[in-house]
Every structure is written in C-alpha cells, then in structure tokens.
Design a protein around this ligand. Structure first.
Ligand code: C6P
Length: 420
C-alpha cells in the first residue's frame, strides 16, 4: 500500500465540496485528478516558455522544442521503449488506436485478411476497425471471454491462421479490471505472422509497463488517465513499422518537401504529428510521469489491487449486489449491479454522499451484451484512494439502497389488490 496521504498532492481534494461533503473520487478509469506538480508545470510552460516547436530559430522556440522532446523521451523511458522516436504524440489512446487502424490498416489489409480483437474491447479499439474493415474487406474475429471474466487463449489459438494480420487487445479491461496476458497474446500473434497492438489506456496509469518485454508492435496510452492533462496521448510503435507506414494526417510539420501536386514526408515520429502539437500537454505529461515515478509504479499497482480486493469483499455484503471482477488478475476497478436499482440511480444515490462513480456501458457495449446487462455501476480506484473511501462507498450504498428499495416495493395499490 502507499502509506503517504497522496490526496494532499491533488488540490481538488482540498477545494471541491460535493453537496457540502469532501470529494470521494472513484472514477479514475474515466480520468484521473491532477497533482499540483502537473498544474504547476503547465503554468510554468505558458508563463515562461510558450512558443511553437520545431519551427523557430530563436531561443524561446528552441527551449519549447527541447521541453517537448524531453517529454517524448520521458514517455519512452516510462514504458521502456528502446528509442524516443518510437513515441508519437497523439490526443489520447483513441487517436493512437485510430492512427494504427488507418495508417497501417488501410495499406496492409486486403479482402479476406483477418484482424483479431476481443470480447472486452473498448469502442476505441472496435469502431476504427469496423471502419477499416468496411474499406478493405478485412474480417474481424474475437478472442472469447470465459465465465471468469478472462480471455480464453484457446479461442485466440483457434482464430489465428495464415489470414491473421493483426491482433489488437486491451491490456486491462475498463469494465472488469481484468489484466490480460498481453505478452502471451503478442507471442502467439507473432508466431502466426501477425502484428500485435495493445490498448494500454488502463494499464500505463496503473502498473509498470515494459513494451519490449510485452513484445507488442504498437501500444496506446492516454495522458489524462495517468495524472496528466487532457488532450495528450501517445502511441508507441516499433520504429521500422512507423517508417513503412503512410501518414495518418497531412499538414505542417509532417513533411519533408511539398510540391503543388505531391509531397514526401518527414521521418517518424514527426511524419505522424501533423500541425502544431499539444506542447503544454506533453510538458504536463512529463510532470505526471515524474510524479508517478516518485511514487513507484509497482507501489501504485499493489495499492490498487489491495483496494480492489478490499472493496470486493466489503461490497459483497450489499444486498442484491453482483460484482463483475475476475477472481485473480483483477485491479482497482469494480463493476457491479444491484438488483432492483438501476446503475444510474446507484450513481445518483452515491453522488448525494459526495461519491463520484461512473454508471453506464463504459463504451463497451459488446461486453455489456456478453454480461447480459445494459449497464453497470463502476468504482475505479487510484493512488489517492484509501480504505476509508471504500468504507464510505459501502456505507453510502447500503444506506441509499435501503431507502430506495422499500419505496419501489411498497406500491400501496398492489398491496390492496393482493389482499383481495
Ligand atoms: N475509458 C472509461 O471511463 P481516451 O478517451 O481516448 O482517453 O481513452 C479511450 C479508452 C480506450 N481504451 C480503454 C480500455 C479505455 O478505458 C478508454 C477510456 C474511459 O472507461 C472513458 S469511456
């Protein structure tokens, strides 16, 4: 567990009062809060160093460029990329996943080729492939989820074949918290001659990640889910693949030479960073990674798993609860339903106590159908949560449901009719 009171590092916890109560923030899978160091880095950049990058021969622009490139190097070392040039800055994990689907998929997929995804994917790793398969005629296949909320690697084995060109899977499910065996999945994909992509939106913020050890060809992450600003994300890609891929977007910065009817492109990663990038976002992301490194990613992971396990045990006593979490390989994400209470009502009940959770399909509608629910309530923990937050969640849930349920049940008309 992280012993220090990390809430103190995040100004919002000292400021925001929800219904007059201190904020209990349990929606970090959606976006995390920002530590003072990140907020200060953004201010410092805009106050002292703001200029466009890679364009000016003057000192200020040079400093801004250095700050931007230092951020790239920081992301690279954080996920153990062999070189900073393997990191493309994007807006978020969604854009990173789209970049690969478009820039790699459009040129490399043909009629009848196969892309393997999984039952647990977020829409960001589904919809881009729907679009690309419509353009190319590629076929989408799925690694099935077993009844214990884990991916069934036998179904991957059964799907892999000579037509498989790409296997793209989520590292940690945003609904179930399942940590998928991505190293094994990448190995199996490569053995079949396919490439492998990992959606790391829910892993990079929560555990040590080593892209070389995983062996993936592509890895996507979002800055705002790991204490960084919104609007900045990254794609890791093996450099030789980036070299062969066409650009995703065209415009300034990504070119080498431009003629009226044709152009050729800059070397990667710049080939994939058209237009003025989110310089301040990159600077903020660097500060976020420094903050996470000070805490230690192994500590973050251990802390969240402990909270997740604790929450699972604590919530198990709530009347009518169904928890969707694997027995092992779970993280600090707890999705649940409560019999007779809609997930949106659960969220509203908890909001009255100052507790922020998410309710809905979590951008994973195919997974919801597999679970045979429309939606779930989801509490997601991060490094600033502790057991008192879990206790508050359980108490508010028990109290709220007790008030909500009898109101629903005690329909007087029905009582009269039943009595007749
Ligand atoms: N999941 C959640 O509340 P963006 O929006 O691009 O930063 O992240 C997209 C994304 C991709 N993959 C996974 C596994 C994710 O969880 C997300 C974002 C948020 O669960 C918002 S729907």
């Amino acid at each position: 567990m992280i012993q220090r009171d990390t809430k103190k590092d995040f100004p919002i916890f000292g400021k925001w009062k929800s219904k007059g109560k201190p904020l209990i923030y349990l929606d970090s899978a959606a976006t995390t809060q920002k530590p003072q160091e990140v907020i200060a880095a953004l201010d410092e950049y805009y106050e002292n160093y703001n200029a466009n990058v890679h364009r000016g021969a003057y000192e200020l622009s040079q400093i801004a460029t250095d700050m931007y490139e230092e951020a790239r190097a920081k992301v690279a070392s954080f996920i153990n990329s062999a070189r900073p040039e393997s990191i493309v800055f994007t807006r978020n994990a969604t854009e990173s996943l789209n970049l690969v689907a478009y820039a790699w998929g459009l040129n490399n997929l043909h009629e009848g080729d196969e892309v393997i995804l999984s039952d647990m994917e977020h829409h960001s790793n589904l919809v881009p492939w729907h679009i690309i398969s419509r353009h190319t005629g590629a076929v989408l296949k799925f690694i099935r989820m077993s009844s214990d909320y884990r991916l069934d690697l036998q179904s991957l084995k059964d799907n892999l074949g000579p037509k498989t060109k790409m296997v793209s899977v989520v590292h940690v499910s945003n609904v179930l918290g399942t940590i998928n065996p991505v190293k094994e999945i990448c190995r199996m994909a490569h053995e079949a001659g396919a490439l492998a992509m990992v959606d790391g939106a829910q892993s990079a913020p929560h555990m040590p990640v080593d892209v070389r050890d995983i062996g993936c060809d592509f890895y996507a992450l979002s800055g705002h889910k790991m204490c960084g600003p919104t609007g900045i994300g990254a794609l890791y890609a093996k450099h030789e693949l980036l070299e062969k891929m066409d650009p995703f977007l065209g415009g300034g910065e990504m070119i080498n030479e431009v003629f009226p009817t044709t152009s050729n492109y800059a070397r990667p990663p710049y080939k994939f960073e058209a237009g003025t990038p989110n310089i301040a976002g990159a600077v903020g992301l660097k500060a976020a990674i420094s903050y996470l490194e000070k805490i230690g990613m192994q500590n973050v992971e251990d802390h969240e798993i402990e909270l997740g396990d604790y929450a699972e045990k604590r919530l198990a006593d709530v009347d009518g609860i169904r928890i969707f979490r694997p027995e092992t390989t779970g993280t600090g994400v707890i999705s649940f339903t409560v019999e007779g209470v809609h997930p949106h009502d659960i969220s509203t009940i908890l909001d009255a106590e100052g507790i922020a959770i998410r309710a809905g399909h979590h951008c994973a509608q195919p997974l919801m159908r597999k679970l045979q629910v429309q939606s779930t309530a989801r509490a997601s923990f991060y490094l600033y949560n502790d057991k008192s937050d879990v206790e508050a969640l359980a108490a508010a849930l028990e109290k709220g449901i007790a008030i909500f349920r009898p109101k629903k049940k005690a329909a007087p008309e029905q009582t009269v009719r039943d009595a007749r």
